[in-house]
Ligand binder design. Structure first.
Ligand SMILES: Cc1cc2nc3c(=O)[nH]c(=O)nc-3n(C[C@H](O)[C@H](O)[C@H](O)COP(=O)(O)O)c2cc1C
Length: 341
């Protein structure tokens, strides 16, 4: 087995060429730091509103925090006003993001209604103006774009936008092989991702529906992309990152985690969240994560139900200890979340 090549974005060398997808409500700094050691080359923040940044909202400012031990980290912005995006991008660079990423992919109604995210795929001139303004405002670090194919299936604008954005100095693109109106339905179509790779000279990161190391290797070799980005399949399953990273390094497949290892990690994540966010918010925020961690364990749904009714950290810890005694469920292919964010 041979090793993949590093992803190089404007001089930043990233190995293995494996990125964790930005996921709002999930990939905060604490989550990224916990998942990084499994072998991620690059982490990306949840998307952050450029408007909220320039208004100085405290909670938003916390979202651009980067831990030293997760670098390189990209901080992603959404917005639709070139001047506001430029000002927010300069701020994010000052906060020591390694890369500034622009979101042209989010299809969630509340984002699209405001003209942000995937809505910009309907307006290539404005999308390119945002890229030009951000590129000008950011002095030292690379600027990248994450996008979908287009807003609707009859108007794929991604190649036009990418070529023009590259001419404005954008340093790399991530492409999720779906269109905006598709949300998370159907399958990501990587043949379009391969076309972007041919159309631009800067690196392309491919994204959509990677669920295993063999998916990752197949998508890399079929499309020639420079890196793989993986999102939903890692939820509750950072060991998938280890598996993909090993494959990209040309190393043998690591052993699957035992139930005890899964519980240890879930518990470490839980404790870190309680310490960071306090008991009440930590318990609430961890419910979805614990549901994901318990997926591979027998009686997962009854544990999930009990955890969702448990308000105290001690109660949750007790349930995790009880889950530790359960055998693994039959391994099934991971189902990807279908909720649109
Ligand atoms: C819960 C959730 C939140 C997401 N939030 C963002 C986001 O903030 N920014 C972004 O560019 N994409 C976001 N996405 C899209 C993912 O980054 C990714 O493009 C998509 O899930 C497809 O990759 P996957 O099939 O590996 O999950 C989100 C997806 C999910 C499921």
């Amino acid at each position: 087995m041979s090793s993949a090549r590093p992803l190089v974005i404007a001089g930043i060398s990233i190995f293995p060429p494996l990125a964790l997808a930005p996921m709002a409500g999930v990939t905060n700094a604490l989550f990224r730091r916990l998942f990084k050691p499994f072998g991620l080359g690059l982490t990306v923040s949840e998307f952050v509103s450029a408007q909220s940044i320039i208004r100085g909202h405290q909670r938003t400012l916390e979202m651009v925090d980067v831990y030293e031990d997760e670098r390189p980290t990209s901080v992603q912005l959404h917005g639709n006003d070139p001047a506001v995006m430029a000002q927010a991008a300069a701020f994010v660079e000052e906060c020591r993001a390694d890369i500034v990423d622009i979101n042209f992919g989010c299809p969630a109604p509340k984002i699209v209604k405001g003209g942000d995210g995937a809505a910009l795929l309907r307006d290539p001139d404005l999308a390119v103006a945002i890229c030009a303004a951000v590129r000008k405002a950011v002095k030292r670090v690379p600027v990248t774009v994450k996008m979908r194919l287009g807003w609707s299936s009859d108007n794929y604008t991604y190649i036009e936008i990418a070529k023009r954005a590259q001419a404005e100095g954008i340093d790399a693109f991530t492409l999720h092989g779906r269109y905006g109106q598709q949300f998370y339905k159907g399958q990501a179509d990587w043949s379009y991702i391969a076309r972007l790779k041919e159309a631009v000279s800067v690196p392309v990161i491919g994204n959509g529906d990677v669920k295993s190391a063999s998916d990752a290797l197949a998508r890399l070799s079929e499309t020639g992309v420079d890196a793989i980005m993986v999102g939903r399949a890692t939820l509750g399953n950072p060991w998938l990152i280890r598996e993909i990273a090993s494959a990209l390094r040309g190393e043998p497949k690591p052993a699957a985690p035992t139930v005890s290892e899964r519980i240890d990690f879930a518990r470490a994540h839980f404790d870190a969240m309680i310490e960071r966010y306090g008991e009440k918010s930590g318990v609430l925020q961890m419910r979805k994560h614990l549901g994901w961690y318990l997926k591979g364990i027998q009686d997962a749904s009854s544990f999930r139900d009990r955890i969702n009714h448990e308000a105290s950290p001690e109660g949750v810890r007790g349930l995790l200890e009880e889950a530790r005694t359960r055998p693994p469920a039959d391994e099934a292919a991971p189902e990807l979340l279908s909720e649109a964010v």
